[in-house]
Design a protein around this ligand. Structure first.
Ligand SMILES: *[C@@H]1O[C@H](CO)[C@@H](O)[C@H](O)[C@H]1NC(C)=O
Ligand SMILES: *[C@@H]1O[C@H](CO)[C@@H](O)[C@H](O)[C@H]1NC(C)=O
Ligand SMILES: *[C@@H]1O[C@H](CO)[C@@H](O)[C@H](O)[C@H]1NC(C)=O
Length: 492
C-alpha cells in the first residue's frame, strides 16, 4: 500500500524536522530569558485596594504570638504597616498620597545619612530650628522640639521582639538603611504613642549602660558622655529623632535569647513611628543587629503592603538555592548601606541603553544603588528613569493613559480591564543573571478606580534606591560573608 507508506514517510519526515528545528529545552533552561510581556491582574489588584478598608479583615495583632519557623531558630514574623495600623484615610487614593509623602521623607533621611558620612553636612545642621542643639542631650532642656509637619511616621514593615529579662514584647520597625537599634524607654522626656507599654529598664535584670570608653559607644556617629555613661542620638533628617542611653540588653527573637546587644534606650523620641516601640537596625555597619549577632545570613520577605498576611525575618538560614544572586558593594565612606551590583535594566526584553557606570558607587562615595526595606518606590537617576519610562510607554501604547499622580508621571486608566499584558521589567546582574519582576511590583494601583502607575521615580541625587514595592513577595537574602544578595521570587 504505497499510500500508507507515503504517509509514514511524511510522518517521520516531519517528526525529524520538528526535532531539528525545535530549540532543545535544556538550552533554554541554562540561559533563562524571561518572556517579553507579563500579565497584570487588574481586577484582583483593585479588589485588594478596597479590602484594606473593610473592618472584618483585620485581626488584632497584639493577640498574635511569636512564632518561629521550622527553617530557622532565629526567625521573626514580619507585618506590613497596614496590618499594624488600620489606615485612617477615607479612600485608597489618600492612603497612597500619605504613603508617598512618607516615602519622600524616608528618601530624605537616607540622603541625610549619606551627606553626614560624606561630610556635606554637620550634625548641627540636622537641627536647624534650634540654635540650641544642646537641648538634644541636655536633660534640663528636654522640651518639645519643632518637628516638621511632613513627618507622619516612618516604617513600613514591623516585627516583634522581646527586650530585656524577662522579655517585654515590642513592635520594631525593620530598617536596612540604619544600624542603631533602639526602643522608647521610661522615664520618657518625650515619647510618641506606641502599641505596647513603654519599656522600663527598672523591670529588666539584663539592662546595663555602656561606658563612654566602650568600643561600641565610640562606634556611634553621634554620641555624648554624661557621668561616664554613653548617650546616643539618631536623627532621621525629617525632624524625627531618638536620644537616650546607649546600653546593652538581652534581645529575644523567636525561641532564642541573645545577650549583650547594644541598643538605644530612647528617653526623648520624636517623629511618630506609628505604634512601633522602636527600630531594628539591619544595616551593614558594626552596630547593626545582624553584625552584633555575628550572623552570616539574614533575609526578609516583604508581604504585600495592603495585606494582613505575615512573612518572616530570618537570621541564620542560607540563601535558597533558586535565588538570583548579585554582589553587594560597599561604600568606603559609609558601611551602613547595601549597594547592589546591578548591571542593567531591561524592559520588554530589551536592555535600556544607559551608561555602565549608572549604578556604580565611585571613589568619593557618590552614586551607586542600594537595596532598602524602608523606601517604597525605587528611585533612579533622572536619565536612567527617563530611559526606563520611555521604553515602558513604548510597550504600553495600547493602554489608555491617565494623568500623573504625585511623583508618578506614567499612569493608566485600567478601569475597564480585568487583566492586561505589560512589558516585562527585569534587573540584570553579573554573569548574565536576570531578575524579572512580577507586573504588580511595578504597575501599582493608586486609587480604587482603576488608575495604575509605573512605580518608579526619578531622583536628582546621585544615589539610587531599590524600594520595597519592587521587592514585595520576594525573599531578599544577604550573605554577609560572601557579600552577596539573593532574590527568590514567590518565597514569602
Ligand atoms: C552620676 O553617677 C553617680 C554614681 O553612679 C550618681 O550617684 C549620680 O546621681 C549621677 N549623676 C547624674 C547627673 O546622673
Ligand atoms: C560576636 O563576636 C564578638 C567578637 O568575636 C563577641 O564578643 C560576641 O559575644 C559575639 N556575639 C554573639 C551574639 O555571638
Ligand atoms: C476611565 O475610563 C472609564 C471608561 O473606561 C471612564 O468611565 C472613566 O471616567 C475613566 N476615569 C478617569 C479618571 O478618567
Amino acid at each position: 500500500m504505497p499510500n500508507s507508506q507515503n504517509s509514514l514517510f511524511f510522518f517521520f519526515f516531519f517528526f525529524f524536522f520538528f526535532f531539528l528545528f525545535t530549540p532543545p529545552l535544556v538550552h533554554s533552561r541554562t540561559t533563562p530569558q524571561s518572556s517579553k510581556t507579563t500579565v497584570l491582574h487588574v481586577a484582583s489588584s483593585i479588589e485588594n485596594t478596597q479590602k484594606i478598608f473593610s473592618n472584618t479583615q483585620r485581626a488584632s495583632l497584639n493577640q498574635q504570638q511569636l512564632k518561629s519557623s521550622s527553617s530557622s531558630s532565629l526567625s521573626l514574623q514580619l507585618h506590613s504597616r497596614a496590618s499594624l495600623h488600620k489606615p485612617s484615610h477615607g479612600d485608597y487614593k489618600s492612603l497612597t498620597l500619605a504613603r508617598l509623602e512618607r516615602d519622600s521623607a524616608r528618601v530624605k533621611s537616607l540622603l541625610t545619612r549619606l551627606d553626614l558620612a560624606l561630610k556635606r553636612i554637620t550634625p548641627s545642621d540636622l537641627h536647624p530650628a534650634d540654635g540650641h542643639n544642646k537641648f538634644i542631650f541636655g536633660a534640663e532642656e528636654m522640651q518639645g522640639p519643632i518637628v516638621s509637619g511632613t513627618s507622619q511616621g516612618s516604617g513600613e514593615y514591623f516585627t516583634r521582639v522581646g527586650i530585656g529579662k524577662p522579655p517585654s514584647q515590642a513592635y520594631m520597625v525593620i530598617d536596612t538603611g540604619s544600624d542603631v537599634s533602639w526602643i522608647q524607654c521610661a522615664p520618657c522626656a518625650d515619647c510618641y504613642q506606641q502599641a505596647d507599654p513603654i519599656f522600663d529598664p527598672a523591670s529588666s535584670a539584663s539592662y546595663s549602660p555602656l561606658t563612654c570608653e566602650s568600643p561600641r559607644c565610640k562606634s556611634l556617629d553621634l554620641s555624648e558622655c554624661r557621668n561616664n555613661t554613653c548617650l546616643y542620638e539618631v536623627s532621621y533628617g525629617d525632624g524625627s529623632y531618638t536620644v537616650g542611653d546607649f546600653v546593652t540588653e538581652t534581645v529575644t527573637i523567636g525561641s532564642a535569647s541573645v545577650r549583650d546587644i547594644a541598643i538605644g534606650c530612647g528617653h526623648n523620641n520624636e517623629g511618630l513611628f506609628v505604634g512601633a516601640a522602636g527600630l531594628l537596625g539591619l544595616g551593614g555597619g558594626s552596630l547593626s543587629f545582624p553584625s552584633q549577632l555575628n550572623t552570616t545570613f539574614f533575609s526578609y520577605c516583604l508581604v504585600d503592603r495592603d495585606s494582613d498576611s505575615t512573612s518572616t525575618l530570618e537570621f541564620d538560614s542560607p540563601l535558597p538555592p533558586n535565588a538570583v544572586t548579585a554582589p553587594i558593594h560597599r561604600n568606603r565612606e559609609l558601611d551602613t548601606f547595601y549597594y547592589l551590583g546591578l548591571t542593567g535594566i531591561s524592559v520588554g526584553g530589551e536592555m535600556l541603553q544607559i551608561p555602565g557606570s549608572s549604578f556604580l558607587v565611585d571613589a568619593t562615595g557618590n552614586g551607586g544603588i542600594i537595596v532598602d526595606s524602608g523606601t517604597a518606590v525605587t528611585r533612579l537617576q533622572t536619565d536612567v528613569y527617563n530611559s526606563l519610562r520611555d521604553a515602558f510607554v513604548k510597550g504600553t501604547r495600547g493602554l489608555p493613559p491617565a494623568k500623573g499622580v504625585a511623583l508618578f508621571d506614567t499612569c493608566y486608566n485600567l478601569s475597564s480591564k480585568t487583566s492586561v499584558e505589560v512589558p516585562t521589567l527585569s534587573f540584570h546582574f553579573p554573569e548574565g543573571k536576570e531578575l524579572p519582576l512580577p507586573a504588580k511590583n511595578y504597575l501599582i494601583p493608586v486609587d480604587s478606580d482603576g488608575t495604575f502607575c509605573l512605580g518608579f521615580a526619578p531622583t536628582t541625587s546621585s544615589l539610587s534606591i531599590i524600594g520595597n514595592v519592587q521587592q514585595q513577595g520576594t525573599r531578599v537574602g544577604f550573605d554577609l560573608k560572601k557579600s552577596i544578595v539573593g532574590f527568590s521570587a514567590n518565597n514569602c
